[in-house]
Design a protein around this ligand. Structure first.
Ligand code: CO8
Length: 261
């Protein structure tokens, strides 16, 4: 599939890189970008070798500087609602993708850009990254799930401070408040992402897929039911070839060769 506003490539076997590619607009999210991200996630999900998707922004200035303000400025209420719903659906597709999605935040991740990063499974930031929910400057609130995901990641009080003040958070603070898992020099960002992606790609594919599923789905339900779901998935994994291979390899003191079934 060919795209106009994003670029999708397989960097290494099973490891994909999606780049939002509108550097002149600091990679702002237009409706087309959202459609193309969703289509790219579906395309990667359709490839049996897919293990990890990394998501970044083109250029050296921005990951994504927000939803496209020029496009939003002329939206009718109906178009605005559709844009918000498309944003929610696209970000949910990242959360439910059957492989980990790593955000490589290389610059501004503001508004919808911060929300996009939050919908990825974890964030690796460059030392040039700047996060924030500046929607209050524009007389709007976050509209792609930012109020909810941010509060779940950094806690209610910090989320309230950030969405009510629009204050920007640099990489070192993002690391401190648990928004970013790692901060590295800008020129080491892709390599750090690849390093983590390779670690994932070497593990049992079904186990990784189901581990992500448990963490993501478990966020939406109570602890007792989430733990019950975990027990069911654990039982299911006991029946896989990967479980047999993983344990046989450990006992034979050799590396495991997972088939992903
Ligand atoms: N949308 C559209 N264009 C943008 C955006 C954006 N979010 N951000 C930057 N651009 C454009 C600028 O207009 C400029 O274009 P041009 O060269 O044609 O004038 C170009 O990118 C470069 O930007 P700047 O000249 O402003 O670059 P600076 O280095 O001076 O500043 C900043 C960089 C600080 C990132 C600045 O561009 C900025 O503040 N951008 C806006 C950030 C923002 O407010 N983001 C939140 C947007 S609202 C949102 O995301 C809501 C999400 C939920 C939507 C729900 C749907 C209904």
């Amino acid at each position: 599939m060919s795209f106009e506003t994003i670029h999708l490539e397989e960097r290494e076997t099973g490891i994909y890189l999606l780049t939002v590619n509108r550097p002149k607009q600091l990679n702002a999210l237009s409706p087309q970008v959202l459609y193309e991200i969703a289509a790219a996630v579906a395309e990667v999900a359709g490839r049996s070798d897919a293990r990890v998707l990394m998501l970044t922004g083109a250029g050296d200035k921005a990951f994504v500087a927000g939803a496209d303000i020029a496009a939003m400025s002329s939206m009718t209420p109906i178009e605005g609602r559709e844009f918000a719903l498309k944003g929610h659906a696209t970000l949910r597709a990242l959360e439910l993708a059957p492989f980990p999605v790593i955000a490589l935040v290389n610059g501004f991740a503001l508004g919808g850009g911060c929300e996009l990063a939050l919908a990825c499974d974890w964030i690796v930031a460059s030392d040039k990254a700047v996060f924030g929910q500046p929607e209050v400057n524009l007389g709007i609130c976050p509209g792609f799930g930012g109020t909810q995901r941010l509060a779940r990641v950094v806690g209610k009080s910090m989320a309230l401070e950030l969405v009510c003040t629009g204050r920007q958070v640099k990489a070192d603070e993002a690391l401190k408040i648990g928004l970013a898992n790692h901060v590295v020099a800008a020129d080491a960002l892709l390599e750090q992402g690849l390093k983590l992606a390779r670690m994932v790609a070497q593990k049992g594919p079904v186990a990784v897929k189901m581990s992500k599923h448990l963490v993501q789905r478990g966020q939406d339900i109570d602890l007792a039911n989430a733990n019950a779901m975990e027990a069911d998935v654990f039982g299911f994994l006991c029946a896989t070839d990967d479980r047999r291979e993983g344990m046989d390899a450990f006992l034979a003191k050799r590396p495991a060769k997972f088939a992903g079934r």
